[in-house]
Structures are given as C-alpha cells and as structure tokens.
Design a protein around this ligand. Structure first.
Ligand SMILES: Cc1ncc(COP(=O)(O)O)c(C=O)c1O
Length: 401
C-alpha cells in the first residue's frame, strides 16, 4: 500500500528549520521559526520552570491519568491570567477550561467542537494569519474564509477593510482574532478598535475565537489581555485558545488551554460535555508535566514573580531588537516601507512583517544563508547583537538599499 504514497511538501516554517540545520554556512541565521532566543542565540529553560520541575519531582504523587479536561487548578490559574485577578468569570461557572496539548491542540479541539455542534458555521481568519490555522481547521472539517487585516502600504492595520469584511459575515459564524502579537504581522488593534470589533461581532451574532499564544510578549500579562477583556465585556459567548509555549518557554512540553465562556453555567456545562467528546476522540486526556509546571509556578507567589521577571526580560530584549533593527536599517539607508522603518517598532511580539518580497527572501537564503518565512515575516527574537550587522548588510544587498 505504501508504494503509491507521494511525499508531502515540507511544512512552510518547520521545513525551513530543517534546511537551516543542513546549511554548512557558519554565518547562517534562522529568523523563521517562532521561538524566543536570548543574546547568545539560545532558548534556555526558564529558571522558574526548573524550580517548579524540581518541586514536582519530589511532590507529584502519581502518574495516573488526568481527567479529560485536565487539572482543575491549572484551569483556574489559566482563567485568572486570561480574565484578571478578581474577575467573576474565574469561578462563577460561566467559563470552563480544558488543559490541551499546546495552543495547537486547543485550536484543533475548538475546531472539532464547532464542526460537530454548529453546522453551517464558517470560520473567518485574518489575511494573513498563522499558516497552520488554515491547516488545523481544514483538518477539523470547518470551512474557512479570510477577512482583510494588513495594509501592506503602511504595514499597519487596515481597520476599515477589516470591519467592512466582518460586516458581511452571517449570524453563527466564528471569527478568529489574535489576542495580541498578531502572527505573522505583529500588528494589533488599539483598545478602541478592539471595542469596535467586539461590538460588531455582537451585532452580527458571531462567536469570537481568541487565539492567545503570546500573552506577555507585547506590553505585559494584563496589558496584553486588554483586547480579550474588551470582547468579554460585550460578548456573552467566547472561545479562547491560549498557549504557554512562548511565555513560559515550554514549547516542547505542549501546554495550552481551551477556555469556553457561555452566557450561564448550565450552557457552559452543556458545551463542556460536547468538548469532552472531542477531546476523548482526539487524545483522550492531556499530558500532565508542562501543565503541572505552569500550575505550580502560578500557585506560588515567589515563583510567579520570578516567572514575570523572566518574561519581562524576554519582552524587553525583543523590543530592544526592534529598535536595533530599525536603527541598523536606517544607518544603511534601507527603507523597508515608503513611510520609513518606524513600523518595526510599532508592531508587537516576536514577529515583524518586513515587507521583503518573495524574491528578496529567496536571495537572503541562497546568497546569505539567512532564513525568513516566504511572506517576509522576520522573527525579531532571533536577532542578536552578533548577527544584526550581517543581517542588515544582507538586507541592504538584496533590496539594493
Ligand atoms: C498564532 C499562534 N497560535 C497558536 C500557536 C500554537 O502554539 P503551540 O506551540 O502552543 O501549539 C502559535 C505558535 O506558533 C501561534 O503563533
């Protein structure tokens, strides 16, 4: 049977990492995959995580299965981070959290839930969006459409085009919004724009699905949840897919969550029972280790502070690299946008949509061993003091700047 199987194309992003690893050039630079790097180009385990792991080694009483929705303590801590300390939604039964294998697992479970329970719904994705969104929801059998998002003239949000597109959706459709640090553009709505988007979704009777993979990478843990909290202030029903891959550096442990918010506790319980079916058929119940690390850190005031300090350090380094990149391009007279390079500092999170064309991205790879996603998305967190000049010289060369 296997004789007739054709090889699949490599994943658009992870495939680039494989090509990067095989590249013999000693000056090669990988700015493709969405992983935080420190000044030395490493992705170290956070100290708070190591401490929590030590604690778990001594204190985890069993390796027996978790429930289908995971650890209740993890769910509660997740709701606190999403909704803010003191929010009614933490414990009033309207919000239920499923511990999931990464943000990706949470998105897939959400997709399965929607397909199985809301037939006829279309999921709307921003154009552009994280490439895996299309694949995940296609695999879940959910039809997708795109709404306008990026103004490529200015590398900022095309708010009018976005709201015009969302104005055309039908009741019962689902709209995926990036909670902050939009991937791949780094372009987020302002608080005022979030309010308007939330009001529009409410008017259209659409279900918001907030993909929140970078909480704490833009301005801070609470500040970054401002958009989500605007939506919750207006819409009674919301799905949130969150991830601890980036903000706890737990990438390979696969730690995420699907949190559903319903109008009341009995509706939440009904939706919860349907989501349980989707989980049971998918992976039965979630992996424990990474989630218990997060739960331990968020349970212990000292560890929480240590984690917040480490998160601040990551955020500050990324923002510092944004300024360094802008400055280094300005110094070389390279203009990535007709309005200048200021957009690099205005965007949030790990990514910047650089405006580099497909051909320029290809030339960076073939002539300079610099790996960037074909769309021109640069992982700013991969820039270090030692590779900045090589990178900017190469960008100057391929853009003729
Ligand atoms: C927008 C977005 N959503 C979800 C995810 C999934 O993250 P995880 O590694 O936790 O599955 C990512 C990861 O890159 C992402 O960028």
């Amino acid at each position: 049977m296997f004789q007739s199987v054709q090889p699949a194309p490599p994943d658009a992003i992870l495939g680039l990492t494989e090509a990067f690893k095989a590249d013999p050039n000693p000056n090669k630079i990988n700015l493709a995959v969405g992983v935080y790097k420190d000044e030395q180009g490493n992705t170290p385990t956070l100290a708070a995580v190591v401490q929590a792991e030590r604690w778990l080694l001594e204190n985890e009483p069993t390796k027996s299965y978790l429930g289908i929705d995971g650890s209740p303590g993890y769910g509660q801590s997740t709701r606190k981070l999403l909704f803010g300390e003191g929010s009614d939604l933490i414990d009033n039964g309207r919000a239920v959290t499923f511990q999931c294998p990464g943000g990706t697992g949470a998105l897939r479970v959400a997709g399965d839930y929607i397909t199985n329970n809301h037939s006829g719904a279309t999921l709307w994705l921003s154009n552009p969006t994280w490439a895996n969104h299309h694949a995940i929801f296609q695999a879940a059998g959910l039809p997708t459409q795109k709404y306008a998002y990026l103004d490529s003239e200015t590398n900022s949000l095309d708010f009018d085009a976005m709201t015009a597109a969302l104005d055309a959706i039908k009741p019962g459709d689902v709209v995926l919004l990036h909670g902050c640090c939009h991937n791949p553009t780094g372009v987020d709505p302002s608080a005022e724009q979030w309010r308007a988007i939330a009001a529009l979704l409410k008017e259209k009777q659409a279900l918001p699905l907030v993909d929140f993979a970078y909480q704490g990478f833009a301005s801070g843990v609470d500040e970054d949840a401002a958009g989500l909290r605007e939506v919750l202030g207006v819409c009674d029903e919301v799905l949130v897919c969150s991830s601890y891959s980036k903000n706890f550096g737990l990438y390979r442990e696969r730690v995420g969550a699907l949190t559903l918010v319903a109008s009341n506790a009995s509706q939440a319980a009904a939706v919860q029972s349907q989501v349980k079916l989707a989980v049971r058929r998918n992976y039965s119940n979630p992996p424990a280790h990474g989630a218990l690390v997060v739960e331990r850190i968020l349970d212990d005031a000292g560890l929480t502070q240590q984690w917040l300090d480490e998160l601040t350090k990551m955020r500050d380094r990324i923002n510092g690299q944004r300024s360094a990149l802008r400055q280094a391009l300005d110094n070389r007279g390279v203009q990535l946008n007709a309005k200048g390079n200021g957009f690099i500092e205005q965007q949030n999170g790990m990514f910047t949509m650089s405006g580099l064309t497909k051909d320029q991205v290809a030339a960076l790879k073939s002539d300079h061993a610099i790996y960037i996603v074909g769309s021109g998305r640069i992982n700013v967190a991969g820039i270090t003091p030692s590779n900045l000049d090589t990178l900017c010289d190469a960008i100057a060369a391929v853009t003729g700047g």
